[in-house]
Design a protein around this ligand. Structure first.
Ligand SMILES: [Zn+2]
Length: 226
């Protein structure tokens, strides 16, 4: 464990109030044989505590994640995820098609541990430039984030690079957080009733994709009506 202390002449009981700096002493992954480090902070104990927590968190992530597991290719992980996916046949067919046409040429041959946020952002931007629909782009994002989230759950990655990535067009990342509470307060005009009529049915067993797909459909329908 990281240790938080002060190297001052004051008694420990006075540390909370005295004007001297906090020090965090910690070891990196590797236990007792690894080198000991120290980091000094100001008088803000909170900062020192946050740092100590982060050190412990990172250490744990590295201890539990097998570095070799990160060498699995994205395309292999994606195929496994799709094979095990319990969705409607039509949505699985859509995932395969987006995977083959767009995702695989960009990151399919990369080890999952080498995929960076920039790679995913570049792929989204490329799809946007090609004029692909927001729901198609959202679908690509969904597949990538589901595959990488699964890798995190399987302890193949410490964390997913696919978080809070901005999606272009009308469908923004915020729209992908479901389920929809109801019609929006304004700006939807005459289409309000269409939106609520087409409210998504969220199935419990399919947490990876259900909040996305119905919204994509709502969006497509909404656009056709314009
Ligand atoms: Zn002191």
């Amino acid at each position: 464990m990281a240790r938080i202390f002060k190297r001052c002449p004051c008694p420990e009981e006075a540390w909370k109030a005295c004007p001297h700096q906090w020090v965090v002493r910690y070891r990196t992954a590797g236990g007792r044989s690894s080198r000991q480090h120290e980091q000094s902070f100001g008088t803000d104990l909170r900062e020192a505590e946050d740092f100590a927590l982060k050190v412990e968190h990172d250490k744990r992530a590295h201890v539990f994640v097998d570095p070799k597991a990160g060498q699995a290719l994205f395309r292999v992980e994606a195929a496994t995820w799709l094979d095990h996916h319990l969705g409607a046949d039509s949505s699985i067919a859509t995932y395969w098609s987006v995977l083959r046409a767009h995702i695989d040429p960009a990151i399919g041959g990369k080890p999952i541990g080498a995929i960076r946020r920039e790679d995913i952002k570049a792929l989204i931007a490329t799809m946007h430039r090609k004029g692909l629909s927001a729901s198609r782009i959202g679908c690509a994002h969904l597949v990538i984030s589901a595959v990488l989230a699964e890798a995190v759950r399987d302890k193949k990655l410490p964390e997913s690079p696919c978080s809070s990535i901005q999606l272009p067009g009308v469908v923004t990342a915020a729209d992908f957080v479901g389920p929809v509470p109801g019609p929006r307060p304004s700006t939807n005009g005459p289409h309000d009733h269409q939106r609520s009529a087409a409210k998504p049915q969220v199935k419990g067993h399919d947490e990876d994709m259900e909040p996305y797909k119905p919204l994509g459909r709502v969006f497509e329908r909404h656009r056709l009506l314009r």
